[in-house]
Write a protein that binds this ligand. Structure first.
Ligand code: FPP
Ligand code: MG
Length: 367
């Protein structure tokens, strides 16, 4: 196809129309349908959940793949590697559905969704360096394959490109939201890293960390979608809060799966948080359970975990057999139900239905 990444820079407003024009609308539909089908193949349950925004998600895939058209070979190679992978595309989907709730009929949701997904992707490649994660979505992480130096620069490139492209959209408010939540994500990630290995971390501090590192981007997706659709300030706040609650629920389940999940299904090793010293809700709960009966033992095992594989196994046994996983799940459920309750005054529609069902998907997912 003739559309190149630099064309995005040249004329972002015409992006979607241009793509349709260059390769023909019908052909474009087919390409998009194939792209999103490939992306969601591993997550068939999402197909139904995303309803009629699936075709627009296909256009988001095409937009993401434009990064691979860069004349810079490394950028092109890594972009192709990154954007071919089958993520759940939850943040773009939420942005689009939130815009549709307000009957948005323009085409800027495609670019803005791609930008939100790009920030997510960039944050994960940096996060994998910070967390020493060699596997992501069942494949080598970018730093495993290209090394940390190139990976840091690639992440930086994706962030700055995202912000530059957002400046070309119809409202500076989109850039303001994206820069604000990027700052929050960095603060959350720094906070988490700084408190690694500290077994005094409590639940409120844990929640503060995940609100920033994970929920802020979910919130931005929903906020931008609503804003695009013409939401008033109160509705903007409601949708931003809906995204925050989903994001918190999502990260609690992510942390639960690190103790309860299965390596193959997850596409990454279990107990990786613990291996890196990250203290998450299942561990926080167990440390404080019944007046801290397990605390001394856990502290000792935690100190030994790097040299003694049995120590990790015993931590896992203690966490799994004392109700921590149930507790963690219940907390994720509190936020998922809160998200749903925020929708109670919205009129019935298939988009409201999707927004209502997404928190359940977040709770029931196993990867
Ligand atoms: C995954 O958490 C990581 C995040 C949700 C956010 C990472 C944020 C940064 C690296 C800050 C930089 C961001 C910007 C926008 C400049 P996790 O490690 O718990 O999840 P995982 O198990 O999927 O790795
Ligand atoms: Mg990580």
């Amino acid at each position: 196809m003739g559309l190149k990444f630099r064309d995005i820079d040249a004329n972002i407003h015409a992006l979607v129309a241009t793509a349709g024009y260059v390769i023909g609308r019908n052909e474009m539909d087919a390409v998009e349908a194939k792209a999103i089908k490939r992306t969601l193949k591993k997550h068939p349950e999402l197909m139904e959940l995303y309803g009629d925004i699936r075709s627009d998600l296909g256009a988001v895939e095409k937009t993401l793949q434009l990064f691979a058209d860069s004349p810079n070979q490394i950028i092109s190679e890594i972009s192709e590697y990154l954007f071919q992978r089958s993520g759940k595309r939850m943040r773009p989907a939420l942005l689009m559905i939130c815009s549709r709730i307000f009957d948005y009929r323009g085409d800027e949701h495609i670019l803005l969704s791609a930008l939100v997904e790009t920030i997510h992707t960039a944050s994960l490649i940096h996060d994998d360096i910070i967390d020493n994660s060699e596997i992501r979505r069942g494949q080598d992480s970018v730093h495993k394959r290209w090394g940390p130096n190139i990976t840091v620069l690639m992440g930086d490139y994706l962030y700055i490109k995202t912000i530059a492209l957002s400046l070309e959209t119809s409202s500076p408010e989109f850039t303001r939201i994206l820069t604000d939540i990027s700052t929050q994500m960095i603060e959350g990630e720094l906070h988490e890293y700084h408190r690694s290995g500290n077994l005094d971390l409590g639940e409120p501090e844990y929640l503060e960390i995940i609100r920033k590192k994970t929920a802020a981007l979910f919130s931005a997706a929903c906020h931008i979608g609503a804003l695009l659709g013409g939401a008033d300030p109160e509705q903007e706040r409601l949708f931003a809060e809906y995204g925050t609650t989903i994001g918190i629920s999502f990260q609690i389940i992510d942390d639960l799966l690190d103790y309860a999940g299965d390596h193959k299904t997850l596409g990454k090793p279990v107990l990786s948080d613990l291996s890196e010293g990250r203290i998450t809700l299942p561990m926080i709960y167990t440390l404080n359970q019944d007046g801290g009966v397990f605390r001394d033992r856990l502290v000792k095992l935690f100190r030994e975990k790097d040299d003694n594989p049995d120590a990790k196994r015993e931590i896992l046994d203690i966490v799994r057999s004392n109700g921590a996983l149930d507790y963690t799940y219940q907390q994720a459920e509190v936020y998922a139900r809160r998200a749903q309750s925020l929708l109670s005054d919205l009129p019935q529609s298939m988009y409201r239905e999707s927004l209502y069902n997404i928190p359940d998907y977040v709770l029931y997912r196993n990867r």
